[in-house]
Design a protein around this ligand. Structure first.
Ligand code: ADP
Length: 296
């Protein structure tokens, strides 16, 4: 039902008392290695909810690639589209200081080698999907090719992260474009945006997408389409770790849209999934099952 096209990274996390300066070495905690990357996160989140999900991604022929493949398979994701080789698996080197602030260096590795040709070769996955969901941790031309390969009637969902200018062809395909506040501001660029998120949503909508969703963390999300702009309030929870909340939200929304939900209803479900995801530490490890969402 859902095809996710995107990145797969190993997140290598070390806790530090403080970050090293140039030429300096500091000692940190034991290393923790987690499966991550926006594409891999979304696929696991959707599969945990019960969605029939496939991932189109590229990992290296190495231990990190096997970790990522194992995590996808354990969640029930179809990994026939996870290509192996061409470069080392993408890695995020993350240091976390005692106040919880992250410093992150990303090596895209194999994610940068997911090509338009890989998209064309995955035609059967496209035909089997009601919704295709992408992000921007892979080459932009690969996302453009994905838009061109959508089967008739297949819906396209994009979270433009990390944000960069988008061709009109991609914007016009988005239904919805999903951004958090940071991504919204980055894409609006030097447009003077007074007012609040509802204004950003309207301006983004005027750039061509069929619909726009702005996620607002603990406030919930705004949905904007030709019918107007509506707030979908968040669910109140004790947030422990918001890592990967946006990926869980996007996956849930994309899946529900494919099941025939209206945008507002899909967003209401996604807000519950996002809330459940922030109540536990980690990203993929924290994603809820359908039963856990129902119990929230
Ligand atoms: P991102 O992770 O991309 O920055 P957000 O922080 O906006 O995205 O989170 C995505 C969604 O997850 C929100 O729209 C909301 O539904 C849910 N969420 C995030 N943080 C919280 C929170 N503290 N309490 C409840 N829900 C949250």
């Amino acid at each position: 039902d859902l095809l996710v096209i995107g990145s797969a990274n190993a997140d290598l996390v070390i806790g530090v008392d403080r970050r090293p300066g140039p030429g300096e070495t500091v000692l940190g905690s034991d290393l923790a290695v987690h499966p991550g990357g926006k594409g891999a996160n979304q696929a696991v989140a959707a599969a945990r909810l019960g969605a029939r999900t496939a991932l189109l991604a590229r990992v290296g022929d190495d231990a990190h690639g096997r970790l990522l493949l194992d995590a996808q398979r354990a969640a029930g994701v179809d990994t026939v589209g996870v290509l192996v080789g061409g470069a080392p698996t993408g890695v995020a080197l993350i240091t976390v200081d005692p106040s919880g602030d992250n410093s992150i260096v990303v090596s895209p590795g194999a994610n940068g080698k997911l090509t338009p040709g890989d998209v064309r070769a995955a035609g059967s996955l496209f035909h089997a999907s009601r919704v295709v969901s992408a992000q921007l941790e892979i080459p932009l031309e690969t996302v453009v090719e994905a838009v061109r390969n959508l089967a008739p009637g297949t819906r396209f969902v994009l979270n433009p992260s990390p944000p960069r200018p988008l061709p009109a062809e991609v914007l016009a395909a988005c239904d919805p474009l999903i951004v958090n506040e940071h991504e919204a501001k980055a894409i609006l660029g030097d447009v003077p945006v007074g007012g609040g998120a509802a204004d950003w949503a309207r301006i983004l909508l005027a750039r061509g997408p069929r619909s726009v969703v702005v996620t607002l963390g603990a406030q919930g999300a705004l949905v904007a389409s030709a019918r107007g702009v509506d707030l979908v309030p968040a669910v109140r929870v004790d947030a422990v770790d918001t890592t990967g909340a946006g990926d869980a939200f996007t996956a849930a929304l994309a899946w529900r849209l494919g099941q025939g939900d209206a945008l507002a209803d899909a967003a209401a479900y996604a807000v519950r999934v996002g809330a459940a995801a922030v109540t536990r530490a980690g990203a993929q490890e924290a994603y809820p099952t359908r039963e856990e969402v129902a119990a929230l």
